[in-house]
Write a protein that binds this ligand. Structure first.
Ligand SMILES: *Cc1c(COP(=O)(O)O)cnc(C)c1O
Length: 428
């Protein structure tokens, strides 16, 4: 057996493995459709009796190569790309839950995910209970019901920066007979491996560090392949009982370890169609080729900026899990010993208005909705990403009204600090 490759090699070499005479660089298969020689060949694909490409909504070689690289980085049995992180989250839940079902989720999650769960998926008849991820196991288990289908959380929450106790969450999920779904967007597989700590499904907004250059929207779902759906067959009829839309095929029987992923591709992608464009997948792949170089630099710069902010009298508080004394420092050391991410939050003395004024005084650090790319940027969640949330919901999501989210890029750390310093000087 070939030795398992290290992440640095997978980032550069994973996924696309050209054969003799094929392009060295992953090509963009800019084709909606794929040719066959006989009608019979095509029919077998539609019956899932053979695998092969036929329509890009379901699968495309460019997308599959990039998905394979992400699966290898996470240590999963397979992955699929989606058009955005939102689509990945939706598919991961909707693949095993429908009207009348229930999901337990951490409350400190990305604002878009919170809206998806609390508003849109609720309209589909799926109920969510939001829990404090730092509560005891007994407390969290009280949220489970007989119709609960999954436990959901972010490995590092956006923007609260709570670090998840993944082992604790996996224990709770498995004792309740449901999978643990982890959004691993912020640390990326360079810094955190949720599957090694018991997570079952990993999702990503590849829009963030994976792409890393703020050029292409995308998402991914990675299947760890270890959850025993058949052991809880009654809870997961969509995987363990025949699918009429494929002549009575049963996913766990036909696809074993890849049952979850295969169903998400052939059923949800077929019917809902949130496919990533091959062009975006191509750009994502170029981003992935340097992920292992960029993540350590993001963390190194962020550590310096966080320590600088902490030393300044104008700053009321700094939240970065890499700071000693941070509530999540120990969990970060355990689950992400090489670093967390480049994102931090802080507030200025003087509250909300001062925070807004500070942001307006910055030079190259720009105000954008985005986070987690090469360029340093800031955002005020209470006025931007989280403005739909009530004050109570803001606090539950870990977002203080004065909170500034700073996403530290890979420029020179001294230059980033100098920009912050001149903005602070302007506020006197
Ligand atoms: C941005 C983000 C999402 C949503 O991803 P999109 O690609 O913007 O749809 C989901 N989870 C986290 C943690 C995010 O930061």
């Amino acid at each position: 057996m070939k030795k398992k490759q290290n992440p640095e090699t997978i980032c550069v070499q994973g996924g696309w493995q050209p054969k003799k005479g094929e392009p060295r660089v992953l090509p963009i298969y800019q084709s909606t459709t794929f040719k066959y020689e006989t009608s019979e060949q095509m029919a077998k694909l539609f019956d899932l009796e053979e695998s092969g490409y036929f329509y890009t909504r379901l699968q495309n070689p460019t997308n599959d190569a990039v998905a394979a690289k992400i699966a290898a980085l996470e240590g999963g049995v397979g992955a699929m790309l989606t058009s955005s992180g939102q689509a990945a989250t939706f598919y991961a839940i909707f693949n095993i839950a429908g009207a009348g079902d229930h999901i337990v989720s951490a409350s400190a999650i990305y604002g878009g995910t919170f809206n998806l769960f609390a508003v849109t998926m609720k309209k589909l008849g799926i109920e969510f209970t939001f829990i404090n991820q730092d509560a005891s196991e007994e407390e969290i288990r009280k949220a489970f019901r007989p119709n609960t289908k999954a436990l959901f959380a972010e490995s590092i929450s956006n923007p609260a920066l709570n670090v998840l106790d993944i082992e604790k969450f996996a224990r709770i999920a498995h004792s309740e007979g449901v999978p643990l779904i982890v959004d691993n967007t912020f640390p990326t597989p360079i810094n955190c491996h949720p599957f090694e700590w018991g997570a079952d499904i990993i999702i990503h907004s590849t829009t963030k560090y994976m792409d890393g250059h703020a050029v292409s929207l995308g998402g991914a779902i990675v299947d760890g392949g270890k959850f025993d759906w058949d052991a809880h067959a009654d809870k997961f009829p969509g995987l363990t009982q025949p699918d009429d839309s494929y002549h009575g095929l049963t996913y766990t029987k036909a696809f074993g370890q890849s049952a979850f992923l295969t169903k998400a591709v052939v059923q949800l992608m077929r019917d809902l169609g949130s496919a990533q464009s091959p062009q975006n997948a191509f750009l994502l792949n170029i981003g992935l080729e340097t992920l292992h170089l960029r993540m350590p630099r993001h963390c190194e710069n962020a550590q310096k900026v966080a320590e600088y902010l902490q030393s300044r009298p104008e700053i009321a508080w700094v939240n970065y899990p890499g700071l000693k004394g941070n509530k999540y420092y120990d969990l970060a050391q355990k689950y992400m010993p090489h670093g967390t991410c480049g994102v931090m939050t802080f507030g200025l003395k003087g509250g909300r208005n001062q925070s807004v004024k500070f942001m307006d005084s910055l030079d190259f650090i720009s105000i954008v909705t985005h986070v987690a790319d090469a360029r340093t940027c800031v955002l005020h969640p209470a006025s931007h990403t989280h403005r739909q949330l009530s004050d109570e919901q803001l606090i539950a999501a870990g977002v203080a009204p004065d909170l500034i989210r700073l996403s530290v890029g890979i420029e020179n750390a001294g230059d980033i600090i100098a920009d912050i310093e001149q903005a602070l000087a302007k506020m006197k």
